[in-house]
Ligand binder design. Structure first.
Ligand code: LUZ
Ligand code: MOS
Length: 750
């Protein structure tokens, strides 16, 4: 099945927040954000803005009837600043006006006096001064301290990775209006409908049942709307509630870029020890996460960094610590990979450094240390179906790694101004929310009298095609045409208490809830058919919209079956509830079995570098990926291609730049470069590893959203190799993104 929305997307018919036909009298909101990164608010003068013709009202924290608090994990973030501001763009006031132009004009008329305090943007500086968002956490296995003496080689180094702007095409926004009985309906561009419902209720001082949140689809999210859509939904809801009028907000790009958090930059130190057979014996890492001014999802992201800090390797002695540092930047947040890319970049850097110093190919270390069946991850989970060696061998057989290397060497020996480089990037990503209680979902299925079906789940469609997969699930359980099935919007009154659609597990969790609901209905329908045929349920199945009895077609077709069931007063509605079995984690020991399963894969990344200009083109990304039993090849290939390009962007182009005063300098697409059609690899080859897939994946089809992002990390190491081929003085260092400017400096560094 193709993505069911594809035609409407390309013809512009799909409706996003800003396209919802508005009610008469709808007002428009704009946010006044702090112009300073840190300070005490001495005076806020709204008078001039308030007197602007067309301004309805300006809201501040003083107007909040409930709690001025939107922190999701830890209550440390206000909706509107009270006496202090902690980052530039931090919402201080919300202007509601007759139209958007007036609202934006009024923003400029607000005057604020701020007594400035010291601005910190560097996580190490924050840590030194004791500015931490949460206490540090350490994952340990074996005994690092006593292992160093057994190592033949020890290498140390420092790693920097930048943040990343989500750049969802649809910016943050929401549309809220009063409905009956003092309730509020919110259309929000959020990954987490229930989170918006819960926090909006808290801000308004209402119970959750007074708030209905509806999500049709998002124009992209990538994690940027797991937590950070909430503030804008709350602002619109607050104004709608207090004014009893419809209120809409949709951020302009430049405001969205300045005000919202991004992927976390980290600064890290590593120490790695190997024996003379290149077995990694010990790894010690300390990472400083730049959390921004409030927790947001940083504690959970820190946790996933720890989980993935050994990537796909078995390292018997490890000690990894992450500090979550409080700085005066917008609170950084979820972004595809959720801390894992940062952890994986560090271990790959450590291995690359060792290989560089030992003058051997990086793959010689990588392949000797792949995790094997029944090895223990440093968090206690035992590796099952550990496919990475299988991936490597398949990649070698399919793509001939040695030949790729030889060709590169030949090219490099014949060319002086162009050099090629190659890197192998293996991945291992754990599937499940690391917070066990979040791994639950529900789905609601109505079969209508005419045999058509409406399904609702907690999953949010954000371009990843989860809706298409949901229809596939229902169609396959009932064995009916997908055209009979409609997927409804994600709505808190139909499916309650949802986890955000995140952690690559939207399809697994919601699809399994849906499968359970559909199976229950199917059994009921078979009961009706058994009555019609006076036979046993066990003789019956439905195939291609026809009731089958003992492998023979009967006269009973789907529509007739449904009509009969309805007249027989059979309930044609069902709710399914799914929880991921097995998983658990004990934070006091930092051990457990947090993941339903792992996704493995390997990418071979090659690049051609123009050594005069410092510019480069990625030639090939050749991938062997463990899809399990892939339920939709087109969709999953699309996810991999997008993820690879996004990963390459993070590693090589996308450079967030902040001034010392905390101002984001790269606040538009002219100063922040994302991959475009010219910078995507010339060729992305994807080979599916032949496996049957884990039972805990939806229809044995493994989660796809985040894991392939990490293939992009290979881009850094491929580029470093190419630089080294031109400039032998260049000793690999780790300072991502490796932009053309940085590449050029390294090409000619002495
Ligand atoms: N969000 C979350 C995530 O709340 N918990 C997670 O474990 C996670 N993992 C990946 C992406 N988003
Ligand atoms: Mo996410 S990074 O919202 O799965």
């Amino acid at each position: 099945m193709k993505n069911i929305d594809s035609k409407n997307h390309v013809t512009g018919k799909s409706v996003y927040i800003d396209d919802i036909p508005v009610q008469i009298g709808t007002l428009f909101g704009a946010v006044f954000g702090s112009p300073k990164a840190h300070g005490k608010i001495i005076n806020l003068d709204l008078s001039e803005a308030e007197s602007l013709e067309g301004v309805e009202k300006i809201f501040t924290y003083k107007d909040i009837p409930g709690k001025n608090q939107i922190g999701g994990i830890i209550e440390d973030e206000t909706l509107f600043a009270e006496d202090e501001v902690d980052f530039i763009g931090q919402p201080v006031a919300f202007i509601v006006a007759k139209n958007e132009i007036i609202a934006r004009k009024a923003v400029k008329l607000i005057k604020i006096d701020i007594e400035e305090l010291k601005v910190i943007t560097d996580p190490r500086e924050a840590q030194e001064k004791g500015h931490l968002l949460t206490p540090p956490r350490t994952f340990k296995m074996g005994d690092v301290t006593n292992e160093w003496s057994k190592c033949d080689y020890i290498f140390e180094g420092k790693v920097e990775n930048g943040g990343q702007e989500h750049l969802y095409i649809e910016t943050q926004g929401s549309y809220a209006y009063p409905i009956d009985n003092g309730s509020i309906k919110i259309h929000s561009s959020t990954q987490g409908a229930t989170l918006v419902q819960k926090i909006a209720a808290q801000v308004l001082g209402l119970s959750m049942h007074r708030i209905e949140v509806d999500v049709a689809r998002l124009g992209g999210a990538f994690g940027g709307k797991e937590d950070q859509a909430t503030a804008y939904a709350c602002m619109a809801a607050l104004a709608a509630y207090l004014l009893q009028k419809p209120v809409k907000i949709a951020l302009h790009r430049i405001d969205d870029m300045q005000m919202t958090g991004k992927r976390h930059p980290y600064s890290s130190d590593f120490k790695i020890g190997l024996n003379k057979d290149y077995k990694i014996l010990a790894l010690k890492t300390t990472m400083y996460q730049n959390g921004g001014a409030a927790n947001d999802l940083s504690p959970a992201i820190m946790e996933r960094t720890l989980f993935h800090s050994t990537n796909v390797y078995f390292i018997p002695n490890t000690e990894v610590t992450v500090y979550s540092c409080k700085t005066n930047l917008p609170p950084n947040t979820a972004f595809r990979g959720f801390g894992a890319p940062q952890g994986m970049f560090v271990i790959e850097a450590a291995i690359a450094k060792a290989a560089c110093q030992l003058n051997i190919p990086t793959s010689e270390i990588q392949k000797r240390n792949f995790i094997k069946e029944n090895d223990e991850f440093q968090y206690g989970q035992i590796a099952e179906n550990a496919n990475i060696d299988h991936c490597y061998k398949t990649a070698d057989k399919t793509y001939r790694i040695e030949q790729v290397e030889q060709k590169i060497q030949e090219f490099n020996s014949k060319n002086t101004n162009y050099k090629k480089g190659m890197a192998i990037m293996p991945i291992c990503f754990g599937i499940s929310f690391t917070k066990t209680p979040m791994n639950q979902a529900r789905a609601l299925v109505h079969i209508y009298q005419d045999g058509s079906i409406g399904i609702s789940t907690g999953a949010v469609e954000m371009g990843q095609s989860v809706n298409t997969k949901m229809i596939q699930v229902a169609a396959s359980v009932f064995s009916i045409k997908p055209e009979r099935i409609k997927i409804e919007s994600t709505n808190t009154t139909r499916v309650a208490n949802t986890s955000p659609t995140a952690a690559s597990s939207g399809a697994d969790l919601n699809g399994n809830a849906l499968r359970i609901a559909c199976n229950t209905l199917l059994e009921r329908l078979k009961g009706t058919a058994a009555k019609m045929l006076s036979c046993n349920i066990s003789e019956l199945s439905i195939e291609n919209e026809t009731v089958i009895r003992n492998n023979k077609k009967t006269e009973i077709l789907w529509e007739q079956l449904i009509e009969t069931a309805f007249l027989d007063r059979i309930c044609l509605t069902e709710n399914g509830h799914y929880i991921t079995p097995i998983i658990h984690f004990d934070k006091t020991k930092e051990k457990g079995h947090p993941f339903a399963y792992h996704v493995y894969g390997i990418a071979i990344v090659t690049v051609t570098l123009d050594c005069i200009r410092g510019t480069y083109e990625f030639d090939d990304v050749k991938i062997v990926h463990d899809f399990g039993n892939c339920m939709n090849t087109i969709i999953d290939q699309g996810q991999i291609e997008g993820a690879v390009v996004q990963g390459i962007g993070w590693m090589t182009m996308e450079e967030l730049s902040y001034a010392k005063d905390g101002r984001l300098l790269s606040n538009s697409l002219s100063t922040y470069k994302v991959p475009d059609i010219y910078s995507v690899p010339k060729n992305i080859d994807i080979t599916a590893l032949k496996t049957e897939g884990p039972e805990l994946a939806l229809l044995r089809s493994k989660a796809i959203g985040e894991p392939p992002f990490m293939y992009g990390i290979g881009a850094y190491f491929a580029l470093a190799k190419a630089i080294n081929a031109f400039n032998p003085n260049y000793k690999i260092d780790f300072d991502a993104p490796l932009t053309p400017e940085k590449v050029l400096m390294r090409l000619y560094q002495k």
